[in-house]
Every structure is written in C-alpha cells, then in structure tokens.
Ligand binder design. Structure first.
Ligand SMILES: [Zn+2]
Length: 121
C-alpha cells in the first residue's frame, strides 16, 4: 500500500546487492591496502564495511558499485575524520601536523570518538 519514493528502495536494493558482490570479490581494504578479515563483526574496528569512495554528501553515488569498495571499519572512520582535518588545516591549528606525520602507522588518533559516532548513527 505504501508508495515509497523511488530513490529510497532502489538505492537500498542496489547497495545491498553491490555490497554482497564486494564482500565476495574483494578482500583488501581500499583505503589502507591491507587484507580485511571478514569474520570480524561490527563494532570491531577491523571488521569489514563498505566505503563510499566519493562520500555521498560530496556528490558520490550512494549505490553504484564503482563508488563502493571494501574497507576496514576503522579506515572508513579515519577517512571521514581526514575530511574534517583538511578543513581544520585552513584555520591554522598546529595540532594536525602531528596527525599527518602519523600517517604511516595508521593509528587512529580519535579512538575515543567512536562511541560518539556510533550513538549518533
Ligand atoms: Zn583498512
């Protein structure tokens, strides 16, 4: 009986299908390049998740497989934080120089914020 807007259901279905496809065909995190252990379950920071290569709020397609990739959950989070960092850079705070030199070992500097992110979503 419900006449849902087309974009809602269609993208959801397509996303779901592409997610399954990616889970089967991909095994490496598209962000850090390391293998993803698919046996780990959310909210484990190393669990598998689907990352939007171009974030939806930056005009990326919400369900096109070409905009989706396998990623660690923690890397996906770190990526969205990076966007915030690059905005902060313009305000000239000295703090995030430390963050960018820390890039190689990928230790998530804001681990205490996970809980906040989770409760928001
Ligand atoms: Zn990763």
């Amino acid at each position: 009986m419900r006449n849902r807007p087309d974009h809602d259901g269609t993208h959801r279905l397509a996303f779901d299908r592409n997610k399954k496809k990616i889970m089967v065909t991909q095994s490496v995190c598209g962000i850090c390049g390391l293998p993803v252990d698919k046996s780990l379950k959310y909210p484990d920071p190393n669990s598998a998740c689907i990352d939007h290569i171009i974030p939806i709020d930056r005009g990326g397609h919400p369900s096109d497989i070409n905009n989706l990739q396998l990623a660690h959950w923690k890397c996906n989070r770190a990526k969205s934080n990076k966007i915030i960092f690059s905005v902060n850079r313009k305000t000239g705070t000295g703090e995030e120089t430390k963050v960018s030199t820390n890039n190689s070992n990928r230790i998530f500097p804001l681990s205490c914020n996970w809980a906040e992110y989770r409760s928001k979503s």
